[in-house]
Ligand binder design. Sequence first.
Ligand code: SF4
Length: 325
Amino acid sequence: MARILSGMRPTGKLHLGHLFGAIQNWAKLQEEYESFFMVADWHALSTRYMHPETIKQDIFEVIADYISGGIDPEKCTFYLQSHVPEIAQLHLLVSMITPVSWVERSPTYKDQVSALGQDVATYGFMGYPILMTCDIICVKGNFVPVGQDQLPHLELAREIVRRFNRLYGDVFPEPQPKLTKYALVPGIDGRKMSKSYNNSIYLSDDPNVIWKKIKKTTTDPQKIYKGDPGHPDICPIFYYQKLFNTEEKCNCIDQNCKSGALGCAADKKELYEKMMVFLKPIQEKRKELEDNPQIVYDLLERGGEKARAIVKETLKEVKHVMKLD
Ligand code: SF4
């Protein structure tokens, strides 16, 4: 079975954008591929090295949300990057063969240094694409789920693999992109849902908080009263309705909004009820993990051991071809 690898930084609690943009996708992939899903805590350090104190809690939050959102550690290998120290050794060895010019032209590096300032202009951050490559090749990943915008990052990983294989023989499969259309969920202010915009509905938000956020959500500014004809296509509430309802139901909302038969207050109330029905099992599972955090840590421990056994074999092979054994 082909292997697929994906990872995320521990950014803390996850929101609806993560659920519909990533978690649900991974949940599908774990049925079709030998899946490796990783929480990239070393990558987090590359930009948060000055404030590492919150990373541990963020790791817990991310994992609790992923598991309650549908990632099944029995169906995939789910692990923490730093639990597999062999990745760091591989990173060192692969760094030896990677030209500086390749990492310098990495789009993330330039963009982030200009966005985040000189604090991230470190050797570790510059080596980010090499570490990312090693995350993929350490398990000999065949596919990486990516959006169109992430293709250049994967291309760099493929270049590094080609160079390694040219120098030492065919050790690694060239990872292929598995192009995925990520749902871009709007936040309650209509911009992209993002923690940094403070416009997110989190999977673990209390029902009262969710209701307050839905009440605050922007709608069509031209629809002030119930009878006014609305434009659902520009309304975040309608976007959310599409996430939780059948096409038939959405067509009905669409028509009633446009005709004025449906008012925003009633639509929001209905959305809230639907959303809570959908989120209830996720929140219950999460509560179980919050009450017993050891479950999460045990799962990570087991996943780390499983991943480590595979990565150790890869490293052995790499050391052999590099004449280090
Ligand atoms: S009725 Fe619903 S879809 Fe139409 S503008 Fe109001 S909230 Fe948006």
